[in-house]
Design a protein around this ligand. Structure first.
Ligand code: TYD
Ligand code: MG
Length: 455
């Protein structure tokens, strides 16, 4: 037998180290490293599964390769299709991650029931008994005529069943419950989770089967989270929601077949997940009068515009080093914006704590949030609300210029559609007439102009 080697892998983020250490250098979590054994012979010993259709490889001139016309399958849920990039790609492996109880099983059961009408679909449950799965499906009123199910956790047995039954779509719920006979590690450990996922990925690629893997986000030590699989799969979707809220957001974190940051929005009802086709309304905080520190911005997540509210609280700091805290925005970006406001707007907050929150648990990752964020900060500082029914968007540059953002017209349209009356936007994004339907458009070039226009 060859010498065995070990690696230490973080359960939280999947980073790998040659030596054990108390804190993961990548994600900063403590006590999350666990040992996995890499036997020297492992590479050679890899099981040759040898499915039919695993053809010989050969080198080809790329220009002679015909464009793969990806077959996409409608999942029965438009919001899920959107996040996948326009439906489920044949032979792709999609990881759905999220907190326990958020609705991953419900989402996939609904999608599988719809897809089973046209494709052979198999739902593998490692967590719930088939009785529980069937009970839920009946309660949801799903058509179950064609959906097959299997309660099994051994990946070898699962693959044997699949070779017999030849499903076209497969759900493994959850990947953390599966285990391979070839490893001695416990189910849920990094090595088991990776090995089982690798086996299912190989099966998907060799047979053209589409595979959904469910991965719980875990806080427990010793159970690997979905992040350790991100590099192995074609798409990673996270299912999120604020506790106490019935709204759920499905977010593409990685997608080889579509745009990342695409959002799908659902509401959890007593008959399962309902799609929310017009989500702008739910991310506004709901009070109709504008409050100090609150500004509505038009962001663009994936391929559609979305109205969201950014709130700021600026308060006298007791600390020598005041706090800059953000939820849903990047903290360094806030620090940069505050510096620009000081240098080019003449407004300093060096003795104030600044807290910024994006309502609804949304994460805004584009620079269009710059201007609204500063307006919210200033509104809180002055304790004065913006005029009612005002929206804003725009990037703020380091020299205090307001830079345009992509798809300005589409954003203005979304604001007009939801009854907004005024928009403060970069000059290059504004229509020449200063008006967009009923929306008065205030074009600004410098931060100073924007701050004056707003108050
Ligand atoms: P589930 O899909 O089991 O979550 P996960 O697979 O991510 O762990 O969803 C469980 C929660 O959803 C549960 O707390 C109850 C709620 N729920 C509803 O509100 N309505 C429904 O119709 C269903 C099926 C679940
Ligand atoms: Mg579940």
């Amino acid at each position: 037998a060859g010498k065995t080697k070990s690696a230490y892998v973080c359960n939280e983020c999947g980073a790998s180290y040659g030596q054990w250490q108390g804190q993961c250098g990548d994600c900063g979590q403590w006590n999350t490293l666990s040992e996995i054994v890499l036997s020297a012979a492992a590479g050679a010993k890899q099981v040759r599964t040898g499915y039919a259709g695993a053809a010989e490889s050969h080198i080809t001139a790329l220009k002679e390769v015909s464009d793969e016309n990806q077959t996409r399958l409608h999942t029965g849920l438009n919001e899920l299709d959107r996040v996948l990039g326009g439906g489920l790609v044949e032979g792709s492996v999609v990881l759905i991650g999220g907190d326990p109880g958020i609705g991953k099983s419900t989402l996939l059961l609904q999608a599988m029931a719809a897809m089973a009408a046209s494709q052979k679909a198999l739902y593998i449950s490692g967590e719930e008994s088939l009785g529980q799965v069937a009970g839920r499906a009946k309660r949801l009123g799903l058509a179950l005529d064609h959906l097959q199910a299997l309660a099994e956790t051994s990946v070898e047995k699962i693959l044997a069943h699949c070779q017999q039954a030849k499903p076209r779509i497969l759900v493994a719920d959850s990947i953390q419950t599966l285990w391979s006979e070839q490893l001695t590690a416990a189910p849920g450990s990094v090595s088991q989770v990776r090995e089982c996922a690798a086996r299912l990925v190989r099966y998907a690629k060799e047979t053209g089967t589409s595979v959904f893997l469910v991965g719980h986000v875990t806080k427990e030590g010793g159970i690997a989270g979905p992040r350790v699989l991100e590099h192995m799969v074609d798409a990673v979707l996270y299912f999120e929601g604020e506790s106490g809220s019935r709204f759920r957001i499905l977010r593409a974190f990685k997608n080889r077949f579509g745009a990342v940051n695409e959002l799908g929005v659902f509401a959890m009802a007593d008959k399962g997940l309902k799609e929310v086709a017009n989500p702008s309304a739910i991310f506004l905080s709901g009070h109709s009068q504008s409050a100090p520190g609150s500004v509505v911005l038009v962001t663009r997540e994936g391929t559609r515009p979305l109205l969201v509210e950014v709130q700021a609280l600026v308060d006298q700091s007791p600390l020598g080093n005041p706090r800059r805290v953000t939820l849903g925005l990047e903290q360094n970006r806030l620090a940069m914006l505050l510096a620009v406001m000081h240098r080019h707007g003449g407004i300093g907050v060096s003795d104030q704590d600044v807290f910024v929150n994006v309502v609804g648990g949304i994460r805004v990752q584009e620079t269009a949030a710059d201007l609204p964020t500063l307006l919210a900060v200033l509104s809180s500082l002055k304790d004065r609300p913006l005029a009612e029914k005002t929206v804003a968007f725009g990037e703020v540059g380091l020299s205090g210029e307001i830079r345009p953002v992509p798809n300005g017209e589409e954003r203005l349209k979304e604001a007009a559609m939801h009854g907004f009356k005024r928009a403060i936007v970069p000059k290059a994004n504004a229509p020449k007439r200063g008006q967009f339907g009923d929306l008065e458009v205030i074009a600004v070039e410098r931060l100073m102009d924007a701050l004056q226009a707003a108050f």
